[in-house]
Design a protein around this ligand. Structure first.
Ligand SMILES: [Zn+2]
Length: 67
């Protein structure tokens, strides 16, 4: 399922979005190295501090420089 409605909504805003899944904070769009899928989770544009951060999403990786 493609969340096309969500994508349209995101483009109005700048920067990255985040969502919480399985008690971890992921970013959206989700990088390939993470592989979780956004389903009914709520996108947010701020980072909550009381949740564990997914290292695949929230750390900078060398391949990030390619895009
Ligand atoms: Zn992640």
């Amino acid at each position: 399922m493609r969340p096309s409605l969500v994508l349209v909504q995101i483009r109005r805003e700048h920067g990255m979005h985040y969502f919480i899944k399985d008690n971890k904070l992921h970013r959206y769009p989700v990088p390939k190295r993470c592989g979780v899928q956004l389903q009914k989770e709520i996108l947010r544009d701020t980072i909550p501090h009381n949740v564990e951060q997914c290292i695949y999403c929230m750390r900078r990786w060398p391949e990030d420089n390619n895009n």
